[in-house]
Design a protein around this ligand. Structure first.
Ligand SMILES: C[S@@+](CC[C@H](N)C(=O)[O-])C[C@H]1O[C@@H](n2cnc3c(N)ncnc32)[C@H](O)[C@@H]1O
Length: 285
């Protein structure tokens, strides 16, 4: 039995997983399923996009953790005739193994337990679920290092959607640097519309995504968070792009400069960064 993870009961009675080493609860406010539905399924308009999509739809699940996001996406779309390639990344399977031991309390594994046992053993599992065809693969390792080593490759296929769920920037700065998001943007296929959502609404994360090449918009509220963030390689996937007023606030913020290295620090925008943001196609008239 792992001593690195713990089951916690949130105020609404729902259970979630907590990493003791990292001092963070995976879906801390409303719980795994409600958060994943709001932040990823609804906000990425996955059902609508899948219904209008022909061929394989590729989803990158960055920070597999206890698989709540991946499973919520699969469950929310299982009635659609679609082909999903779900590509999950993490540097450990320990939270998933822990969560499976507590599947009853967590309540979101129903029906997928055997498939996940195979996924853990083989690092991949293929199955048919109703009208849905699923190819789910796992990449074990340090995500920033993996991305940095994959610049020229096209394996796995570039995504149509990205669930970005690392620990917080203060705890897990290596997963929120400008080099990481620049590498990620370069792995996208410019001809394949792709949107990414994440729970953070911080100015630092938004300036980082903009400088990496994304268009960035305001994301829906989830639980107590009144806003989250959505980024995409095309403005068409954003309903509320950040506007000139947001940019003015970023210029005045004391915490807006992207992390260039995996060390968390808060500082105002450097003048050269501010200039790059000013000429970003999202803001240039
Ligand atoms: C908040 S948890 C993810 C929760 C998960 N999405 C779920 O639905 O249960 C963050 C995950 O990011 C992973 N992670 C943190 N740093 C990483 C790194 N450098 N490379 C790969 N994975 C990393 C952690 O191991 C952890 O499982």
């Amino acid at each position: 039995m792992s001593t690195d993870y713990q089951l916690v009961r949130l105020n609404n009675g729902i259970c979630s997983v907590r990493s003791l080493a990292d001092g963070e609860t995976f879906h801390p406010v409303v719980g795994p399923v409600v958060e994943a539905e709001a932040l990823y399924v609804k906000q990425l308009r996955l059902r609508e996009r899948l219904q209008n999509h022909v061929g394989e739809f590729v989803i990158w699940d960055v920070g597999l953790g206890a698989a709540a996001n991946g499973l919520t996406v699969l469950r929310a779309t299982r009635d659609l005739a679609c082909r999903i390639r779900l590509v999950s990344f993490d540097h450990t399977l320990a939270p998933l193994k822990f969560a499976l031991q507590h599947a009853v309390d967590l309540g979101y594994f129903g029906g997928y337990e055997n498939r996940l046992q195979e996924f853990i053993r083989e690092h991949q599992v293929d199955f048919q679920d109703g009208a849905q065809t699923v190819n789910w693969e796992f990449h074990l390792g340090d995500f920033p290092a993996w991305l940095g080593s994959q610049k020229s490759g096209r394996v796995p296929a570039p995504p149509h959607a990205i669930l970005f769920d690392a620990y917080s920037p203060a705890r897990n700065p290596a997963m929120w640097t400008l080099p990481l998001f620049t590498d990620l943007f370069q792995r996208l296929d410019p001809a394949r519309p792709c949107a990414l959502t994440t729970y953070s609404r911080s100015t630092i994360i938004r300036t980082t995504l903009l400088l990496a090449g994304f268009y960035v918009g305001v994301g829906h509220a989830t639980g107590l968070k009144e806003e989250t963030t959505i980024a995409a390689n095309t403005l068409e996937l954003l309903t509320e792009p950040l506007d000139a007023r947001w940019l003015e606030r970023a210029f005045r913020s004391d915490s807006a400069e992207p992390l260039r290295e995996p060390v968390y620090c808060r500082s105002p925008l450097a003048s050269v960064t501010a200039e790059r943001l000013r000429i970003h196609p999202q803001f240039a008239n």
